[in-house]
Write a protein that binds this ligand. Structure first.
Ligand SMILES: [Fe+2]
Ligand SMILES: [Fe+2]
Length: 216
């Protein structure tokens, strides 16, 4: 049984703050705020775990590729050629792998899963995984056009005024839009696309199939 108190989170904020640049910390703290807001709408009981996951999610992001590969080796992660060619997504795997070793008091499946899948997504993401994924995309520190667009799409629909079922569907539609934008960007850049990202998008597309205005 893992108990995450305000004190646990305060210590974690300090610990991660020492291991990343000021800009990365600003983003990390903004993701913590964003995920807390999302938890209030969707699953208040998960807030402490998801705040911890937010604080940990980019812990290894600033490592260079050789550092990522070394960490992966340390933690027994098997890397494929495609993994090496997509270094931007590797940090989710290395960060998830180091949690049980460096932060055993936070090694809850919800924390590890949310960190593990926050970059590429996956088919049938759990609700906590979806919330960290979205928080990372729409946190208040993001200024990319697609992030601003998605943040507006989510909040300007006033999810707080929706019924629980409408709110859940609004989350799925927002995530579907995010995967659509991500896939378009990856194609435009000529980058590799993770099969998990395609699976995540397809699963959401099926769940939103009855929505008249969610076209491709
Ligand atoms: Fe990340
Ligand atoms: Fe992030």
């Amino acid at each position: 049984m893992i108990e995450i108190t305000e004190q646990t989170l305060a210590s974690l904020r300090q610990a991660v703050g020492k291991r990343m640049s000021p800009a990365r910390l600003t983003h990390t703290l903004a993701v913590e705020d964003a995920v807390a807001r999302l938890c209030a709408l969707y699953c208040p009981q998960e807030e402490p775990l998801l705040r911890a996951a937010a604080l940990l999610h980019d812990l290894t992001k600033e490592l260079r590729l050789d550092g990522q590969i070394e960490l992966a080796r340390t933690y027994g992660l098997v890397l494929t050629e495609a993994d090496i060619a997509s270094p931007k997504t590797l940090h989710a795997r290395t960060a998830a792998a180091l949690i049980p070793v460096e932060f055993p008091h936070l090694a809850h499946p919800t924390v590890i899963g949310a960190v593990r899948w926050h970059t590429v997504g996956r088919e049938d993401m759990t609700l906590p995984e979806q919330l960290l994924y979205l928080a990372d995309y729409i946190d208040a520190s993001r200024t990319f056009q697609s992030c601003v667009q998605l943040r507006r799409f989510f909040w300007e629909a006033h999810p707080e005024a929706m019924s629980p079922e409408e709110r859940l569907q609004h989350l799925r539609r927002t995530l579907l839009l995010s995967f659509r934008m991500t896939l378009k960007d990856l194609v435009r850049e000529g980058a590799l696309i993770s099969p998990e990202t395609v699976a995540a998008r397809n699963a959401l597309l099926l769940l939103c199939a009855d929505d008249a205005d969610v076209g491709e």
